[in-house]
Each structure stands twice: as structure tokens, then as C-alpha cells.
Design a protein around this ligand. Structure first.
Ligand SMILES: Cc1ncc(COP(=O)(O)O)c(C=O)c1O
Length: 447
């Protein structure tokens, strides 16, 4: 064990390692020493409710014994072997994936993060179709590496533009009924945001794939109207374009189904996931394709791979995690507990003038703050974020932390996505902290 004092741990971390997606000056990370269930603990013994499951990833809660045991046993048995070999865990996980993934996805590439899994998806789509362009949407995040950041609609992409951006990625309007980019209203709009994708494909030509987060995560927990994804599927089919579902955040029971696309019975050509696949205990990403895509590579070179592809230490915890999702019935539980969370958050909306919208599915919710409910004017913009201007949501999240609740905030909303094992009492605790911290926003809200 380290002999460092807690102060030294924080100072060395801040002085010698990068704090991601932030200005480095002023970074003073909390020293976390332990975590259990839905909570984590700092070096002073303070306890925090993990109301966003860290980065919406610790879906089984912390220190699940079965997942830890799987990692320990695998480390003793076979910690590493090159991707060219067959292993028990590779076969067993594949067998389980065939049971839980949407029908038709039956060939797997195992990476070590969501962004790498998306890179694999883009390369596969380009190789199989012989086409180049990828259509993504503005309100999206697909990862930090070159292809994935190029396909990211949110301002994390801006630092790479224009010179550093991988060419061939274009953006469609997002589906966002609270802030429709086309200024339409559902259902009168006829989901014009989906129809516009057809228009883009026809006019662009050379489109290999459309990538969507079926329920957009960090960028606002945006839930599409029921026609949207089935229509997008039809449009892709009609134009010979692949549909990629990025379920890095929305997968593994988060929305109350194994995968978000299951809500609309849509079958993507490629599904990408990570995070909850191991409850984040080991870094695993998955790019799953249809057999039809896989068949292309029977006679064509599969030009992709990693030293850590199908790394046994990442696959063993995924097998255990799927076992735990099933044993604890967490997918159904996310529906039930999610309904309670939704109810509690709607109560807050009726009480706080600064809440513009509450939306969600399962245990995946956003609470969006506005300066003015009528005009829906936000407190902060994307430009504030990249300029380092203090954001109101961060102030509210900071206040919640002093009350023992940790929540992820992004631009103008909170992403509330606790571990799927959360109890009603813990939900009450999280909602109470938000309730008691919103005075910071209410006093600046107009009307
Ligand atoms: C929808 C989505 N795709 C991709 C990623 C990238 O995953 P990773 O951070 O594991 O590279 C994320 C991360 O938050 C995500 O939410």
C-alpha cells in the first residue's frame, strides 16, 4: 500500500496526470478510497451516493462479488493470450451475447473501450460497403479517438476541427422534441428529423452508415418518438446504408430493456457497446455485427485488430455481469425503479421554476434547467463549456456533493443514471439533494 498522505495523492494526481475534458488549472480531484453498492467514500470517510453510476457505467453497483471473483479467477487461470487463440471466456461470452443482444447480431469484435468499438464499427462499415461517409447527429457523443470524435456532434469535437478531423463524417439534425432543431412539433412534424436523413443520403451519395445513440446519453437523455428508429431503419434499408446503434451508455438494462433499440424492435446492422457490459470493472468494448456483414470478410481481409482484442481479463467479468443482471432481474427492476425515479423528478419539476424538462426511460433520466420556462432559454451554452466559463449545473452538482450525492452534469442538464440496484430510499436521498440544491438555479430563473 502507498505511504502517501491524502494531500500528496491529490497533489501528485493533479500535477502529473491529465484531468480529462477540462482546464487543468484549479483541478483538485477528490481522493476516493473505497466504494460499495451505490456509494463511494473519500479519504476523510465521507460517503457519496453515486447517482450517475460514475460515468453511467457502474450498472451493477460497486464491488459486486461475482464480478470481482470472475476477474480474480481469470487472473489466476489465464490473464492474457493473443487474440488469435480460442479461449473459454471468449466462447462463453459469445454464447451469452447471442442470448441478450438484438436478434441478428452474431459476430463479435472485442475492444477495450466504447470509442475503440466505434472505430471498429466505422472501419467495418467502410470496408463492407466500399463507401466512405458516416452520418451522425449533432447532439451525440461517440468517443474521443479520431474517428469517434469526428462523429461526435457535441463541442468536444471542436478542438479537432478542421485540420484534425477525420474526413467523411456529416451531421444530421438530432431528434429532440423539447428543442427541435427544425422548430417542428411532434406529432405534426411526421418525424421530419428522420426524413431529412433520407434527403441527406440521397444528396450526399457515398454514405456507408448512419450512427445513432438510440437514446442519446450525455447530450440530454433524448428519447425518440416511437416512429423515429423504425423509420430510420427503413430509410437505411432503402438506400443500402448500414445502421449503427451506439449503445455504449444505453445498453445493459439502463433503459429497462437489455438494449434501448429493443423498445422499438429495431435491428441494427452493427451494435456498439461498452460501460455496463462489465459494470465498468474491466475495460471492455463490443462491436457486434450481423452475420451478413461477417460473411463479407470470409473472402476479404478483416483489416482491424488490437493486442488487447478479446483480452481474457475483460471477457471474464462480462460473463459474470450478464449472470448478475439476470440473477438480480435488473432489466425489469430498472423499469420499476425507473418509474419511481420519474415520479419523484416530476414532483421536483412542479416545485422548481428552473426545471424546464424532465425526461427519461428506465433508470436513465435528464433534468434540464432553463432560465425561462416559456422561452426555454438555457443558463449556459456549449461555448461556455469549452471557454471554461463556470456552468450553473456544475454549481448545483457541487452543492449536491456537499450533501453526499454525486451526479453528472452536462451543459444545462443532469444525467441521473444510478446503479440498477438502487433502492427507493437511495432515490429519495438523491432527489432530496437535488431539491435542496436547486435554489441556486431558481433564484436566477425568470417566470
Ligand atoms: C454513447 C457513447 N458512445 C461512446 C462512448 C465512448 O466510450 P469510452 O469512453 O469507453 O471510449 C461514450 C462514453 O461516454 C458514450 O456515452
Amino acid at each position: 500500500m502507498s505511504q502517501l498522505t491524502s494531500g500528496q495523492v491529490v497533489d501528485i494526481t493533479a500535477a502529473h496526470t491529465y484531468g480529462t475534458w477540462r482546464f487543468q488549472k484549479g483541478w483538485k480531484p477528490l481522493h476516493v478510497v473505497d466504494a460499495e453498492g451505490c456509494c463511494f467514500f473519500d479519504s476523510s470517510g465521507n460517503r457519496y451516493l453515486d447517482f450517475s453510476a460514475q460515468l453511467m457505467c457502474v450498472s451493477l453497483g460497486h464491488k459486486n462479488p461475482a464480478v470481482i471473483r470472475a476477474i480474480e479467477e481469470q487472473a489466476r487461470m489465464l490473464p492474457y493470450i493473443a487474440p488469435g487463440y480460442a479461449t473459454d471466456v471468449r466462447a462463453e461470452l459469445s454464447r451469452l451475447l447471442l442470448e441478450v443482444l438484438p436478434r441478428g447480431l452474431d459476430r463479435f469484435f472485442f475492444a477495450t473501450s466504447g470509442t475503440e468499438a466505434n472505430e471498429a464499427a466505422f472501419k467495418i462499415a467502410r470496408m463492407v460497403t466500399g463507401k466512405t461517409k458516416i452520418i451522425s447527429r449533432y447532439r451525440s457523443y461517440h468517443g474521443s479517438t479520431m474517428g469517434s470524435i469526428a462523429a461526435t456532434g457535441d463541442p468536444r469535437r471542436w478542438a479537432m476541427e478542421p485540420a484534425g478531423k477525420v474526413p467523411g463524417v456529416i451531421f444530421a439534425p438530432e431528434v429532440h422534441c423539447y428543442r427541435c432543431p427544425l422548430r417542428h412539433e411532434y406529432p405534426g412534424c411526421g418525424v421530419a428529423c428522420a426524413e431529412y436523413v433520407a434527403h441527406m443520403i440521397e444528396h450526399e451519395g457515398d454514405v456507408a452508415a448512419v450512427i445513432v445513440e438510440p437514446v442519446v446519453g450525455t447530450n440530454g437523455v433524448l428519447i425518440p418518438p416511437r416512429e423515429y428508429l423504425p423509420r430510420l431503419r427503413e430509410i437505411c434499408d432503402a438506400h443500402g446504408v448500414l445502421l449503427i446503434a451506439d449503445e455504449v451508455m444505453s445498453g445493459w438494462g439502463r433503459t429497462g430493456r437489455w438494449f434501448a433499440v429493443d423498445h422499438w424492435d429495431v435491428h441494427p446492422d452493427i451494435l456498439v457497446t461498452a460501460k455496463g457490459i462489465t459494470s465498468a470493472y474491466a475495460p471492455l468494448g463490443l462491436c457486434a455485427t450481423t452475420g451478413k456483414i461477417a460473411a463479407y470478410f470470409d473472402d476479404h481481409f478483416f483489416s482491424h485488430g488490437h493486442t488487447y482484442e478479446a483480452h481474457p481479463l475483460t471477457l471474464a467479468p462480462a460473463i459474470a455481469a450478464i449472470g448478475e443482471y439476470r440473477r438480480l432481474n435488473l432489466v425489469d427492476r430498472a423499469c420499476e425503479t425507473g418509474a419511481y425515479l420519474a415520479e419523484r423528478l416530476q414532483e421536483l419539476k412542479s416545485k422548481h421554476p428552473s426545471i424546464g424538462d424532465v425526461r427519461g426511460l428506465g433508470l436513465f433520466h435528464a433534468v434540464e434547467l432553463v432560465r425561462n420556462r416559456q422561452t426555454r432559454q438555457p443558463f449556459n451554452t456549449m461555448r461556455d463549456k469549452v471557454a471554461g466559463t463556470p456552468l450553473l449545473v456544475d454549481a448545483v452538482a457541487g452543492e449536491m456533493l456537499t450533501k453526499g450525492v454525486s451526479v453528472q452534469a452536462w451543459l444545462s442538464h443532469f444525467v441521473i443514471a444510478p446503479p440498477l440496484i438502487i433502492s427507493r430510499e437511495e432515490i429519495d436521498q438523491g432527489v432530496r439533494a437535488l431539491d435542496e440544491s436547486l435554489h441556486l438555479a431558481d433564484r436566477q430563473a425568470q417566470g
